[in-house]
Design a protein around this ligand. Structure first.
Ligand code: BDP
Length: 329
């Protein structure tokens, strides 16, 4: 058999208008989606991931992460990665629930009992079940990142009981579960892209939102919503995901490299996250934010019953997983 260099084959194929099968010897350049600012734990870990991949594949798979959401909002970006238009991204499992039903189990309020428990379950059975759901819908999870716990902030008053949210307009991420979560406490939820939240609070289109300390701080929302109430109602992990379309074009060796780099980047992200959480809390307090802890979370947990009932009625196939998570220590 005659051996032609890949370049020649490619040129011939192009001239003849033929499609070439994916060739592992061809170098690819990936684009990565990220919503966060450049010095955010997620951003640093993603940059390190793609550098690591480039180095270990000898430059065959390299790329660049586009920070600050410049490649579009999160719900759109999830679809773009599913389609392979964008090669990888770091997503909250919150908005991902709209395309991957299994991911919704972590968007049930108070489902995890603590961050260490979330790690344990995500690194085990729960992560596996969600990962399978993602794979079936075009996303390959290569690392579970930490996003701490989300709490309410607003421009009006501290939240101490579910009733304090009555009548309040609260921005939520794009997922029906969060709309019913706010409704169950008598508030009005507005799903909205993160990029619009600052102006919307400033102009009082909404009264507040909810997020973890680093997101509250890095988006400057603390400048316009000065009450931060530590309800910690949602612990939603995040995922570094590769598009299955891009993944399928890699050799098994390259796939192993990408997986290992994803795992290393998650270890780095989790370490950076813990540090940033502390720094963000200090920064917002120094800026005059009134932080209150919520001594009794039970009334909030009790208020979530309709959210669970509705979810389980609509997703009977996920009841086993949800029950397992609720019983887990
Ligand atoms: C942050 C997540 C980010 C979400 C954002 C939001 O890291 O992925 O887009 O919350 O509330 O904590 O939209």
């Amino acid at each position: 058999m005659l051996a032609f260099p890949t370049r020649t084959l490619k040129a011939v194929a192009l001239t003849l208008g033929l499609a070439l099968p994916a060739m592992s010897s061809m170098a690819v350049e990936w684009r990565g989606w990220n919503i966060h600012v450049q010095d955010y734990p997620v951003s640093i870990a993603m940059d390190s991931f793609i550098r690591d991949v480039a180095e270990k594949t000898g430059g065959k798979v390299s790329g660049k992460v586009f920070h600050n959401g410049v490649l579009g909002n999160q719900p759109d970006a999830i679809e773009q990665v599913r389609l392979g238009v964008i090669n990888f991204g770091e997503f909250s499992l919150g908005p991902m629930g709209q395309s991957v039903p299994e991911a919704n189990v972590v968007s049930l309020p108070f489902i995890f009992k603590s961050i260490p428990q979330m790690y344990r379950l995500m690194d085990g059975e729960v992560g596996e079940a969600i990962g399978k759901g993602m794979m079936a819908r075009g996303l390959v999870p290569v690392g579970w990142y930490d996003a701490g716990a989300r709490s309410f902030y607003n421009a009006i008053k501290p939240i101490n009981t579910p009733d304090d949210l009555r009548g309040m307009k609260v921005r939520v991420m794009n997922n029906d579960l969060f709309v019913s979560m706010i409704a169950s406490m008598g508030g009005n939820a507005t799903p909205m892209a993160l990029a619009e939240v600052f102006q919307s609070i400033k102009n009082r289109v909404v009264d507040g939102a909810e997020n973890n300390p680093p997101a509250y701080e890095s988006t400057n929302h603390y400048e316009v919503a000065k009450f931060y109430s530590l309800t910690e109602h949602l612990i939603i992990p995040e995922c570094l995901c590769v598009s299955k379309a891009s993944w399928d074009k890699l050799t098994p060796d390259q796939q192993a490299i990408v997986k290992a780099a994803g795992k290393r980047s998650a270890d780095l992200q989790r370490k950076l996250w813990a540090e940033r959480e502390k720094a963000s809390m200090e920064k917002v307090k120094a800026a005059g934010v009134k932080v209150n802890t919520v001594a009794d979370k039970k009334p909030f947990q009790d208020a979530m019953k309709p959210v669970y009932d509705k979810f389980l009625a609509a997703n009977p196939g996920l009841a086993g997983l949800v029950n397992m998570m609720r019983k887990a220590n």
